[in-house]
Design a protein around this ligand. Sequence first.
Ligand code: NAD
Length: 439
Amino acid sequence: MNVAIIGTGYVGLVSGAGFAEFGHRVVCVDKDESKIMCVHNGDLPIYEPGLEEIVKRNRQAGRLQFTTSLEEAIPGSQVVFIAVGTPESRRGDGYADLTYVYEAAREIASFLGNYTVIVVKSTVPVGTARQVARIVREVNPGAEFDVASNPEFLREGDAVFDFLNPDRVVIGVESEKARRILLDLYRPLQKKEIPILVTGVETAELIKYASNAFLATKISFINEIANLCEEVGADVQDVARGMGLDQRIGLKFLQPGPGYGGSCFPKDTKALLRIAQESGVACRIVEAVVEVNAAQRARMVRKIRQALGGSEAGKVVAVLGLTFKPDTDDMREAPSLTIIPALVERGALVRAHDPQGMKEARRLLPSEVLFCDDPYEACSEADAVVLMTEWNEYKNIDLSRLKRLVRKPVFVDLRNVFSPGDMEKAGFDYFSVGRKPVY
Ligand code: NAD
């Protein structure tokens, strides 16, 4: 099958490479020339484990191409995916900004040839696919097409694996023809017995928001339980395990920390609240999830202050990890972007390190932050070391070397990577989330 993907970002590039891996002929399109140039030069515009190999393999096999030209990509394609960004609107009111989606729809419309299925893969509010259909009809009244919804559930850092081995595929369609074509497209997954759920378009659109809001709920829930643990002397790691072993609850997403971040949960929870508000329906749980997440970040700043003895002023704080999670270079809505500026504002001297995120972090963090080439350099003369993101590199850090480098052996572990006992043995005053501090 011939497939075009509009938007060569985290989702578009991984999906494009994934569909090529299924055996389809794929053209990935992006407006941003630098991204397409980057691929043509043998690089990738994003960091994602395993992606380079499948891009290379499928390009060599002639199944995967990259272009900035819709005219090249659209006319021969039976399926056209829209995988452009849907950030929170600039007004900051929680609405999803659909400018890129609608622009892509208008641009695609004028190049449509034979019957095409236009699939919205971007995460969009309920009703967006219908708007896309309206726009296409307006621009090209003679076009033969259907619009479908196929939300994406991949996780950055595991995106390639997730795309090739998803827990499920959701397809929202309105015609039998579109249904058949999309089922054909995903046939390699059907063979692996991965569930493919075919629904109406609105249902598919809502499944994505409801899933992300539920995952964010688990995180905010366990963060509140962690805070309670700190007060009552319980250990949240054991509480989470004790809860999660119940199969109705599950162990995943019960990891306490500095709150969720990334390009999806923050904007998708807020967008869901807007959809609910416009529909006159209360979504009080999701409202609380958003509030708890903001409060958790503020609580982490207070935790670091407490570890520093009550004030950040003039103290050197080493921050290990800047991205919102490990194995990605994505800095969007990372907790570090609120926690570090708060520390700097109160006079902390922040020395930071991240294996992949520093290029983007330099643009987003205050100019006072000093970026270091390796984690040990960041920790040199530190009054406290803060583990912000649980990269493997930090999990295996040499604690005795660290102890020799720092000014004060204070370690604030916002991801509960280390065990309090081990840190005590290593000679650190250890602070974590939802467990008793060790002095
Ligand atoms: P991204 O910002 O990484 O990529 C979007 C790309 O689209 C950019 O490269 C941009 O230049 C390009 N673009 C915008 N308008 C265009 C146009 N008219 N023609 C061609 N290219 C255009 O975004 P992303 O993280 O890949 O997210 C895309 C969508 O997928 C969003 O709706 C997001 O919510 C959703 N999603 C993201 C993830 C994730 O982990 N990143 C997971 C699931 C779903």
